[in-house]
Design a protein around this ligand. Structure first.
Ligand code: PRX
Length: 660
């Protein structure tokens, strides 16, 4: 980590906020930012309580702010009652927002559909009434397996309206992953599409639902609601499957929201950790919504005329907070895109920004890096060929953005005039934590700058002491915040151990990232310090991929590490020992392909190893521990300078160095 830290700390390019933006920004200038941070410092509870009263509509006002009596199981605004869908839809009825476009949906083939707030409200109500008619009630869990679509958002909002806890499963996950999530959540409802359409191709989804049931253990599910995206045949299971159209048919246009306590779980979202199966991150209703709204206003400086576009998928937390909940609660017009950035050509994003006059654009470094490459190869689709003059703020999320990609984004997409908000946060944090504010911070390419007001982010050493400026350490959050993870669904013990470990006497939230502070107090994120990989902004546990590999009958043992990759940030490298002799030549290539397909089936295509190496064994210490740091060096193709004298079988390294 040290060499990385030294290199980024040499970054000297500075980009102060544009004057015009500072003047009109929600948080305007460093003095206002400092005053808000000071307010939070002086009266932490009062600060959050004031914001919660100002930015969330409560059916029953709360009288208690933070309850830390059972730390780290913190509760916020607990005796308050609200409904998140009411806050996103009903609140706009009878206001000028009612007839404003809520969603500008662009399908893969370029067809555009516009949905106003009133229409969206009715669609959510009809679907919610349909679910009620099927017997669904507050507290039940629904798995949503839907592509980017208006209906995906309607499904999530309808669940929120009824107090049904949703868990969206990304369309790229396999039947096995789906089954595990259905089981873990004890879901009684599945809402799925027949297929998704991306890059001109139809990719089936419903067969994975049927396969998940065939794998067993899904008996808790009473109904599978099927939304038809394509005209292909969809086998329906009698008594279990019901068509979306049938669910909404004849249903009333209005549906009384179910008022829930602020701590009622709004959703569970599964994400990878360093050990075991993915964990169901449980979020609250009140605190979560508060920070979704605040970050829209603070980080994106949202104004009534903005056209907001977050390119994430609703299957990830970014899609939850910055597509389904944040923008709608703020009455924004947002673009929702079904397809991929490179179809029909690499100018798709830029063309869409031009077509929809997007003013705030939020995407991931992986997309930026792939579009830099594409623009080099195909100059016609370079952003300079499009009118991007409507943009005023551009954002980045999901992984560290390397300074050169940042510079390209800033100059070629943002025309040198749009602040880049490099937002650091996680599935667990619910919303932005450390990010530049467009009217406040002077930017440094590659730094996510400073924490939002009220976020007690810090960098500490092993003893929990703050590191000096210029040094690296563990990224922690020292005080609870309203949109934080509440627990891991069904596993409170794992929650405590993962995030509030004894190392820091359970006092700090441990993010799992390494970071450093520069001399100006700017944060620089170095990436995960645990066994979690970040491939194209997707989180994958090395253990998960190892378990998938060893469940293949041919595999005796497997170890997975990450390697830096120019395009995807990190790439998965798997070292595999087969039960049979070490394969060579065409045999090795064939087995590697089989193993990739196996991982795609077990977890999903995103987890497929880029590189597979075969050995007679893995490098182990004499006590039998796999030496992962050696494997990381081998994966990178580095000269092994480390001491290998404790290694049981040094000759193995030579085998594992051989790419296929
Ligand atoms: O390592 C950090 C990285 O993504 C992790 C969180 O992944 P996930 O829960 O899937 O959420 C992604 C979307 C919020 C973090 O632990 N990460 C996220 N944003 C950044 C980042 N790393 C550096 N800079 C960022 N802006």
């Amino acid at each position: 980590m040290t060499s990385q830290i030294t290199s980024v700390l040499q970054e000297t390019r500075l980009f102060p906020p544009p004057e015009a933006l500072v003047r009109q920004a929600t948080i305007s200038g460093i003095a206002q930012y400092a005053a808000m941070c000071a307010e939070a410092e002086q009266d932490y509870r009062g600060f959050w309580a004031r914001l919660a009263r100002e930015h969330v509509l409560w059916h029953k006002p709360f009288t208690r702010d933070l309850d830390d009596s059972q730390a780290p199981f913190y509760k916020w605004f607990e005796d308050g009652e609200l409904n998140v869908s009411y806050n996103c839809l009903d609140r706009h009825l009878g206001t000028p927002v009612e007839n404003k476009t809520a969603i500008l949906f662009e399908a893969d083939d370029g067809t555009v559909t516009q949905v106003t707030y009133r229409e969206l409200y009715h669609r959510v109500c009809r679907f919610a009434n349909g679910l009620k008619a099927l017997g669904y009630r507050k507290g039940e869990r629904a798995i949503i397996y839907m592509p980017m679509s208006v209906e995906g958002i309607v499904a999530m909002q309808a669940c929120a309206r009824l107090g049904i806890i949703h868990s969206v499963v990304f369309g790229g996950f396999s039947a096995k992953s789906l089954q595990e999530r259905i089981q873990d959540a004890g879901a009684t409802l599945v809402i799925a599409a027949d297929a998704q359409v991306r890059g001109g191709k139809h990719i089936p989804l419903k067969p994975a639902v049927d396969e998940a049931f065939a794998l067993g253990g899904c008996e808790s599910v009473r109904k599978v609601v099927v939304y038809r995206r394509t005209d292909g045949p969809v086998p329906m299971v009698a008594g279990r499957d019901v068509a979306w159209d049938e669910v909404v048919q004849g249903q009333a246009d209005d549906c009384e929201p179910e008022w829930v306590g602020a701590e009622h779980p709004l959703f569970i979202l599964y994400t990878s950790g360093s050990t075991g199966k993915p964990k169901g991150v449980q979020h609250s209703s009140g605190g979560y919504l508060l920070q979704a709204v605040l970050s829209m206003k603070w980080t994106f400086d949202l104004k009534p005329d903005d056209v907001f576009w977050c390119t994430a998928d609703i299957g990830w937390v970014t899609g939850h907070t910055y597509i389904t909940y944040g923008p709608l609660a703020c009455g924004a017009t947002e673009v929702v895109f079904e397809g991929v950035p490179t179809f029909p050509n690499a100018g798709r994003f830029w063309e869409m920004i031009e077509r929809h006059k997007v003013t705030i654009f939020y995407t991931a470094p992986t997309a930026i890096r792939s579009l830099i490459k594409a623009a080099d190869l195909s100059p016609n689709h370079h952003p300079r060929n499009y009118d991007l003059s409507t943009l005023r703020i551009i954002g980045s999320v999901g992984e560290p953005i390397n300074p050169e990609a940042w510079m390209w984004y800033h100059t070629q997409v943002g025309g040198g005039r749009c602040p880049v908000v490099d937002t650091w946060w996680q599935t667990e944090t619910g919303g932005h934590m450390i990010t530049p504010l467009p009217g406040v911070h002077t930017l440094k390419p590659g730094s996510c700058t400073m924490p939002l007001p009220g976020i007690a982010a810090a960098i500490v050493d092993e003893t929990g002491t703050d590191v000096e400026k210029g040094k690296g350490g563990f990224l922690v959050v020292k005080k609870p915040w309203p949109s934080m993870i509440r627990t891991i669904w069904g596993d409170p013990d794992r929650f405590r151990k993962s995030y509030f470990p004894d190392d820091f006497q359970g006092r700090f939230y441990l993010a799992g990232d390494g970071a450093s502070l520069d001399l100006d107090g700017y944060f620089w994120i170095m990436g995960r310090i645990d066994d979690v990989l970040n491939v194209s902004g997707h989180r994958l546990g090395t253990m998960e991929i190892e378990s998938a590999l060893v469940s293949n009958p041919q595999v005796a043992e497997a170890a997975v590490v990450g390697r830096q990759d120019d395009l995807t940030g990190e790439a998965v490298v798997a070292f595999v020992v087969l039960k049979q002799a070490r394969p060579a030549g065409a045999d090795a290539a064939r087995i590697a392909d089989e193993l990739r397909a196996w991982v795609a089936k077990e977890i999903g295509p995103i987890a497929k190893p880029k590189d597979i190496r075969f050995g007679d064994n893995l490098p182990k210490t004499r006590s039998g521990k796999i030496m992962r740091r050696l494997l990381r060096a081998v994966a990178k193709g580095e000269e092994i300078t480390q001491d290998v004298s404790t290694l049981e079988n040094p000759a193995i390294l030579e085998q594992l160095k051989q790419p296929l």
